[in-house]
Design a binder for this molecule. Structure first.
Ligand code: AVI
Length: 318
């Protein structure tokens, strides 16, 4: 049973387009050029991200799936049985059913910016779990958001270490807002990528088949497609570097020669070697992750990792 989508935001798609133009203009005008990572995910970018999750070097997805599978009983005990599950993001076909079935959830609420993707993925989900009441909420979960009336207490789900794409302050603010959105006696099931050998991290973000490079470069194609850009994409290269002080992998697009181009109606130039910083992916030791929980008003209840401590799955209590 899938209900009609609720639009929790006040912004339509044309204002989303102008937000893209505004953020690109702002980011490319900085002395250190940057573009927010959320603009990776147009149709092509989402397909490329799906392909990334299946790469041999990209361990997070399969490791998190194994953790959800191996700890299903403990998850149900700690995250609560028969609760409404609220997922921040449309949900992965491989992970969401594991949590819903482990906890015997009756109602599932998915919040995602893409209405079409949401309706499509909820249709597949209700086919797989007959009797599940699925509620799509179209909106940006990084903005203040009003859920439809739901019987609490609620269990939130935030998988894939998406929290790592925010800086530390942004992560604390977001986790705090999840706590406010979910209400009293909430639980949060959250997947967080761990700090590890930088060689493994750099391989995961610069794979041999070049899929992550295509994912990063697609942002330039997207600017050309949607904002009338003239960026010479072949003059850019993907780079992924570990920054130990910040505890994060940084993705950049490096200019291979001096370049000049137009984007969103403005002229820009870059020197050879200059970069556009496109993504941060922060990694947290288990202790740092628990610190993140407490700093944002959550109480850590449990944490599981695989043997090699590649990835961690946590349950927190409000
Ligand atoms: C979505 N997010 C958690 C991914 C990550 O690992 O930071 C995005 C990604 N970027 C390159 N590869 C995957």
């Amino acid at each position: 049973d899938t209900l009609a989508p609720t639009d929790s935001s006040s912004t339509g798609s044309s204002s989303t387009d102008s937000a893209f133009a505004r953020d690109v203009l702002r980011g490319l005008s900085q002395p250190r050029k940057t573009i927010p990572a959320r603009y990776f995910y147009d149709m092509r970018g989402s397909e490329l991200f799906e392909a990334i999750t299946r790469l041999p070097e990209y361990y997070p997805t399969r490791t998190e799936i194994a953790l959800l599978t191996d700890h299903a009983d403990d998850l149900a005990r700690l995250a609560g049985r028969g609760r409404t599950v609220v997922e921040f993001g449309a949900g992965s076909a491989a992970k969401t059913p594991l949590l819903l079935q482990a906890t015997d959830a009756g109602t599932y609420v998915a919040i995602d910016i893409s209405g079409d993707y949401l309706v499509q993925s909820l249709k597949a989900l209700t086919h797989r779990i007959p009797g599940l009441c699925a509620v799509p909420v179209v909106g940006d979960f990084t903005e203040p958001l009003q859920l439809p009336p739901l019987a609490g207490p609620l269990t939130g789900f935030f998988s894939g270490s998406t929290i790592g794409n925010l800086d530390h302050r942004g992560a604390v603010d977001l986790l705090r807002s999840f706590r406010a959105t979910l209400g009293p006696d909430a639980r949060l099931v959250i997947g967080i990528d761990t700090r590890k050998n930088p060689h493994l991290l750099e391989a995961a973000y610069d794979d041999a088949a070049g899929v992550t490079a295509q994912f990063n470069l697609n942002l330039l194609h997207r600017i050309n497609r949607e904002l009338g850009g003239t960026i010479p994409v072949a003059s850019f290269e993907h780079r992924a570097v570990w920054h130990d002080g910040h505890g994060r992998i940084e993705m950049h697009l490096v200019a291979l020669s001096d370049v000049a181009f137009t984007a969103a109606g403005q002229r820009f130039s870059m020197r050879q070697g200059e970069t556009i910083h496109t993504e941060n992916s922060h990694k947290y030791t288990p202790a740092e992750a628990r610190f993140l929980a407490r700093a944002s008003g959550w109480e850590p209840l449990a944490m599981w990792t695989d043997k090699a401590e590649l990835f961690s799955l946590h349950v927190w209590s409000a």
